[in-house]
Design a protein around this ligand. Structure first.
Ligand code: PLP
Length: 468
């Protein structure tokens, strides 16, 4: 469908080094977005795309929300910036109260950061600071999980489990980090929602605790649903088991809810959805509807109190923070978002439409090149059978889906689908139909030469050693 939002490609594409992109491929055939409205994006060459991934999971309320724009405008006219260290402004406290009302149990203490990576980095530091505050200086080791993604700072990168992201930086990674196996088993390929099998994979934490000494481990960090490596849903009882093992050894449990936080599963946090309360939650993305960068860390009362109590009056209790921690413009956007969550009963809305999304997504199973489909809430993952080289088929399918009018996020040979929370059934239909069209084009052009996965071992080797 053509639109009136056409604009020229910039004079030069050379200078901008694009993040996490194939710069060479893009610059040969650019995909430039010139306008976004509601759940649609308009491209420089006149196409309209439905936003099947909510941007990078971060625009769940749709684009151009007037309430958020107004809030930001008002804020900028009144107070555009204030130093966040040793002074403050009302909004950041108001927002912290609002967030604390939504977090589970007593995760009521709120620290602001700039993004997901800095939220994770902050969570790591808070865990270490907490143990130092109670005299356990030996606890500074961390446990992450294969196929986990926690961002790109050194700490977040180290606890993450994607070798391709860290292989260049091996020499400068954090010491003392071990990884559990990921939770995706061959029998999970077309399971809807949480798989029944695989909870025993949580025992990897017990094995690591034996190896490192449970008393030396500060925290175990996982995404409740691994997002960036293609939506891996936790097996039933897996997170509960992790919680138990953490409790046994006094290890903090961190849920990285940068993707799952703020409604993606149908509850405010995956912690509530799966009935497991961690000690620290990180969030970002949907916090401001993706409009202004912001990350948030919510911690249990006891963690905050111990760090406070360990410092003399008048001293800085935690030597950590960012110039842009909780700045007015981000806070005003986040407060407006909180109000929309309430007014439009957003989390419930996600719950209502999730089944429809599940059925739509799994209807793609008949396509020849589909290896696996997974889903929970408004989050889906579709694996494309690998072409001669890992990642090639996924990237090609993404480009064909873009041409067919749906924007989704490729990650290796997986496609991530994360529809906006405000979408209607007909929007889900549009996303699925256009995905089908895009995938079908590629099948018709025989662009996919399928390599069948021989075994889980092969699958894992490909994913962890060569590609992700
Ligand atoms: N944690 C998770 C679970 C994420 O998915 C991401 C980004 O996708 C991050 C952390 C890093 O967030 P950011 O890119 O905002 O630094």
């Amino acid at each position: 469908m053509s639109t009136s939002f056409q604009s020229k490609i910039p004079n030069s594409l050379n200078e901008h080094w694009m993040p996490f992109s194939s710069n060479k491929d893009f610059k040969k055939n650019p995909r430039i977005i010139v306008k976004a409205e509601g759940i649609h994006l308009h491209t420089h060459d006149g196409k309209t795309l439905i936003d099947g991934s909510s941007g990078l999971y971060c625009n769940p309320l749709g684009h151009g929300r007037k309430e958020i724009i107004e809030a930001i405008k008002n804020q900028l006219e009144n107070l555009d910036y204030t130093m966040p260290f040793q002074q403050g402004y009302g909004g950041s406290f108001e927002l912290a109260t609002m967030i604390a009302q939504k977090t589970p149990e007593d995760l009521n203490r709120i620290f602001y950061t700039i993004c997901g990576s800095t939220a994770v980095e902050t969570a790591i530091k808070i865990a270490v600071a907490y143990f130092r505050s109670i005299g356990q200086n030996n606890r500074f080791k961390f446990v992450g999980r294969e196929r986990g993604y926690h961002g790109m700072n050194i700490g977040a990168l180290t606890v993450g489990g994607i070798p391709n992201n860290s292989k260049e930086f091996k020499n400068i990674l954090m010491p003392g980090v071990e990884h559990m196996r990921h939770t995706f088993l061959p029998e999970h390929k077309f399971v809807k929602g949480q798989p029944d099998t695989g909870s025993e994979l949580a025992d990897d934490l017990e094995v690591i605790a034996k190896k490192l000494g449970g008393e030396n481990i500060a925290a175990c960090i996982v995404e409740p649903i691994a997002g960036s490596t293609g939506t891996l849903i936790p097996p039933k009882n897996y997170l509960q088991k992790l919680r138990k093992i953490c409790d046994k050894h006094g290890i903090l449990l961190i849920f990285d809810e940068v993707v799952t936080g703020w409604g993606r599963t149908g509850s405010a946090f995956a912690a509530q959805e799966f009935g497991v309360t961690p000690d620290i939650i990180t969030m970002a993305k949907a916090t401001t509807n993706g409009i202004v960068p912001m990350g948030v860390v919510a911690v249990r009362e006891k963690i905050y109190q111990s760090v406070m109590d360990a410092s003399p009056d008048g001293a800085v209790e935690l030597f950590h923070g960012y110039t842009y921690s909780g700045i007015p413009v981000a806070v005003s956007a986040a407060i407006a978002v909180q109000k929309i969550f309430e007014k439009e009963d957003i989390f419930n809305r996600v719950k209502q439409i999730s089944k429809y999304f599940e059925d739509g997504l799994h209807s793609l199973k008949d396509l020849d090149c589909i290896e696996s489909i997974r889903n929970y809430g408004l989050l889906g993952g579709v694996d494309i059978k690998m072409r001669d080289k890992p990642g090639k088929a996924g990237f090609n399918v993404y480009k064909k889906c873009y041409d067919a009018g749906v924007n989704i996020k490729p990650t290796g040979d997986a496609l991530i689908i994360a529809p906006p929370f405000v979408c209607e059934k007909r929007d889900i239909d549009e996303i699925i139909e256009k995905m089908r069209l895009g995938i079908q084009t590629i099948i018709n052009h025989k662009l996919i030469r399928i390599i069948h996965y021989g075994s889980n071992h092969f699958y894992k080797t490909i994913l962890t050693k060569k590609f992700i």
